[in-house]
Design a protein around this ligand. Sequence first.
Ligand code: GTP
Length: 359
Amino acid sequence: MSFFGKLKDRMFKSSSKLEEGIEAIVEEGSEVQRTPPPMPIPSPEPLPEIAVEPAPEPEVDSTESGGLLGRLFGRAEDQSAPRRVFDDAMLESLEEVLIQSDMGVETSLRVAENLAEGRFGKKVSTREIKGALAAEVARIMEPVAKPLPIYAKRPQVVLVVGVNGSGKTTTIGKLASQFRAAGKSVVIAAGDTFRAAAVEQLQVWGERAGVPVMTAPEGSDPASLAYDAMAMAEKDGADLLMIDTAGRLQNRQDLMEELAKIVRVIRKRDPEAPHNTLLVLDATTGQNALGQVETFQKLADVSGLVMTKLDGTAKGGVLVALADRFGLPIHAIGVGEQIDDLSPFDPEEFAAALVGVSQ
Ligand SMILES: Nc1nc2c(ncn2[C@@H]2O[C@H](COP(=O)(O)OP(=O)(O)OP(=O)(O)O)[C@@H](O)[C@H]2O)c(=O)[nH]1
């Protein structure tokens, strides 16, 4: 199955919510429209003879793209499909549906406003609105869709941060496996030395990915492990060193000091390290993800995001809010617990899956 197929299948909770919401809005309004239209007033004078093209149906921006959205939403529409006039009530209902999909209030209001532009007072169908929404979401997401940059630097150090349970370990395993498949040599450092279970889990992922995992005794200094891992990665000529970290936000000061110390010691070996600081976020936490970005930006120099657990959540819209608010690159998304359930972030695929493409 293509990754888009998987994404579409698994993001059903978000998309069905948006899809059903938009359908309901259009259908509700279209009933109002069934009252007979007023009789046309005959024009007293013959119209001057100028070549007038029949007014075209309002175009869906996305249909102009030859890409995925164009293919999905661009075909001619069944004329019997319900339509309603885009009015204030529709604008408000759209805002509500977008907020419910976790796009955040600010972003939802702006997106709804953009959908209204050029359509206000005109009759629109569900598919037109879905197509336009998908195009708008893709437009917002386009600038942040950037794979993890790979540098010539060896080892490239990737520090992985995020709250406990966000999916750091799983993401490190998945990324390591992908880098291995691309012919890169990888070393993992199990930097959450305070939790034996976290270390064990990382070892399991290391085995799956065929990548060595450096560990240290429970409770030992994560910075010292990071330093040793850096030395080992240098000695082995590894392309990448991925460092897992603790995610205990309960004591923010300790965590900040711990992360700062890791950075300080690895810089003794390479003043430019870490080359990437990946923040792993759990999509099921919805709007909390926004707060986590703010917090971790204070704790570390976050360079990009990975959003996990997009499968089975109705909160996929939070990615749009994140992109709109922070503009941080989204390197990858996770849609499952298996090793190949991590994909580069594709804005059009995401937009289509979020909005729902069954129509
Ligand atoms: N459905 C789904 N589950 C995921 C995904 N990514 C991670 N998980 C699951 O989320 C749980 C937590 O993931 P971990 O990788 O252990 O998270 P962590 O941030 O390392 O957490 P700690 O080890 O507690 O610090 C595990 O049960 C994973 O299998 C995903 O994309 N989709």
